[in-house]
Design a binder for this molecule. Structure first.
Ligand SMILES: [Zn+2]
Ligand SMILES: [Zn+2]
Ligand SMILES: [Zn+2]
Ligand SMILES: [Zn+2]
Length: 552
């Protein structure tokens, strides 16, 4: 039995607490409490998640040109989805003995470089159709550059969006939505654009914290309202007349509308955190949760340090998961049980320190296995041999200080700025190198200047744009307008953007919370609160009572 304690993070030196309940959790899984603080653990996990840097390369089995999260200069062997899931190769052929004279992670990294990797985490050609350029993706149709999503159709440049269709440039917008543009952290939207933290709305544009609203423009914090502009009511006729003056179909006008909205929005106090139908929780954007510390989670119970998850129970330190139980420090352990320190391990039971192993049980230190049991370093054992060797390796890892810690960032196949770590904890190249992270250089000199003049109004844009190479006004990266995308802009009467999808994503992320809590005081009653807005965010933040009392 371990004892509750205050620990000092081995990575950043910050103090953090391990409580009685934490220890019960770690004891149940027979793992020690971690040596890194929650934030350093999150960063370490994120350095293993590449959601946005995709490359053209060849499948190392069939030779076909493919798209992959592994750049061609990586030493890893990469197979296209069809080859990887086929029986044309056997991951057990790469099995090795464990060497007790060397650290575990060093040997795992060697195996990881040898065993073929899956080009993209998606089910294109199986459960999905025409979704080759999507990562962490399933059950979709006609999607392009969509990540961390499932049951999504006809959508582009979105992340963390599920059960939706006709989406462009959205993050964390879920559940029965259709025709949505540039929105974040919302649910049940129809025909909306530029909304955040909104629920059950239709025909609303530029808004925040709207619930049950229809036909609202530039509004904040309204409930069940119709025909409002800048939070003022109008008759239907007046609304339509006034609304015609707001021209989102012109790129120039759209920039001015954005500016007007954010100048209006900043005058309103923000809710410290959003927790809907949740009980005993710490965190933001929690829906139907109980006893959860986390961000952007649905239907979760008894979990801590959870991000972007749906329906996990009794789990700690997970990023983007569904239906996980008794899992710890893992990335996307979907439908898994007692699975710890893993990356992309789905439908598993009792799997530790493994990457991309599926529908398996009792694995330790394995890569790319499917439907296997009792394997260590991709070598199969009898149940008794497995248990004996596993125990000896755990003992060895206690000695090296590796037991109970997630794979170190240095072992990740990705550079820091290729991963989500850069999105949430951005570093300059110099800082990344100083902290020992790998860095991916991008050659901006190879970008071509834009020759094609994009008309200001969407009505004047013809199909000619589809064959043109555009250059981002902000970063100079080249990008194209996809046929589905143009159709969407025309349908929504919204101007074609001048910036590339990456810059748009960055801008969108900057509007969202960074999934951290800051201690500060309520700007109305002075009470001590925890909020997703840091004290220097330049916005007024109210506690829940003041927010509900003063704003609504
Ligand atoms: Zn730390
Ligand atoms: Zn192939
Ligand atoms: Zn750009
Ligand atoms: Zn207050």
């Amino acid at each position: 039995m371990q004892i509750p304690m205050n620990k000092v993070c081995k990575k950043c030196g910050t103090g953090y607490e391990i409580t009685d309940d934490d220890l019960k959790f770690y004891d149940r899984l027979q793992i020690p409490s971690p040596g890194f603080c929650p934030t350093c653990r999150k960063i370490r996990r994120l350095t293993w998640r590449n959601e946005n840097s995709f490359y053209s390369r060849k499948c190392d089995l069939c030779g076909k040109s493919i798209i992959s999260v592994f750049s061609p200069d990586k030493p890893h062997k990469v197979y296209c989805n069809k080859c990887w899931w086929s029986d044309a190769w056997n991951p057990l052929d790469y099995g090795t003995d464990f060497d007790f004279s060397r650290p575990f992670f060093e040997q795992f990294a060697e195996l990881h470089r040898k065993v073929p990797q899956l080009a993209m985490m998606n089910d294109d050609g199986v459960g999905s159709e025409n979704c080759e350029y999507c990562q962490d993706f399933s059950f979709g149709k006609n999607c392009y550059l969509v990540t961390a999503a499932w049951e999504i159709r006809d959508s582009l440049y979105c992340n963390s969006c599920c059960h939706v269709k006709d989406f462009v440039d959205c993050s964390s917008v879920n559940v029965d939505c259709e025709l949505v543009y540039e929105s974040t952290n919302s649910q049940k939207l129809y025909h909306c654009a530029f909304l955040e933290l909104s629920y059950n709305c239709s025909d609303c544009y530029f808004g925040a914290d709207l619930r049950g609203c229809k036909n609202c423009f530039m509004c904040v914090g309204l409930r069940n309202k119709e025909f409002y502009i800048f939070n003022k009511p109008y008759s239907k006729e007046e609304y339509q007349k006034k609304n015609a003056g707001f021209q989102m179909d012109s790129y120039r006008e759209l920039q001015s509308l954005k500016k007007q909205f954010y100048e209006f929005y900043v005058q309103f106090p923000r809710r410290a955190v959003t927790q809907i139908n949740s009980e005993n929780c710490t965190g933001d954007n929690l829906y139907n949760c109980k006893d959860v510390t986390g961000f952007d989670c649905f239907n979760s119970e008894y979990c801590k340090y959870l991000n972007r998850s749906d329906s996990p129970k009794n789990s700690y330190d997970l990023w983007q998961c569904g239906n996980s139980q008794w899992c710890c420090d893992s990335m996307t352990p979907d439908n898994s049980y007692e699975t710890c320190f893993t990356v992309w391990c789905w439908k598993d039971k009792n799997v530790f320190y493994s990457d991309n192993c599926h529908s398996s049980g009792d694995l330790f230190g394995c890569v790319s296995l499917k439907r296997e049991k009792f394997c260590i370093f991709n070598k199969k054992y009898t149940k008794e041999e497995y248990e004996n060797l596993r125990d000896r390796i755990v003992e060895h890892m206690r000695g090296t200080g590796e037991w109970g810690e997630f794979f170190s960032s240095e072992l990740s196949p990705f550079c820091y700025n290729e991963t989500l770590a850069q999105d949430f904890y951005p570093l300059t190249k110099e800082q990344a190198v100083e902290f020992g992270y790998a860095w991916k250089e991008e050659d901006f000199r190879s970008n071509k200047p834009q020759k094609f003049g994009v008309p200001d109004r969407i009505a004047d844009v013809t199909d000619d744009i589809l064959s043109e190479l555009l250059a981002c006004k902000k970063c100079s990266r080249n990008f194209k307008i996809m046929p589905l995308e143009l159709k969407f802009y025309k349908k929504m009467a919204i101007a074609v953007p001048e910036n590339c999808p990456r810059c748009r994503r960055e801008e969108r992320l900057n509007r969202c919370s960074k999934m951290e809590l800051w201690e500060r005081n309520c700007d109305n009653c002075g009470k001590k609160i925890k909020a997703v807005y840091p004290p220097d965010a330049g916005v007024k933040v109210y506690c829940e009572e003041c927010y509900l009392g003063e704003v609504l």
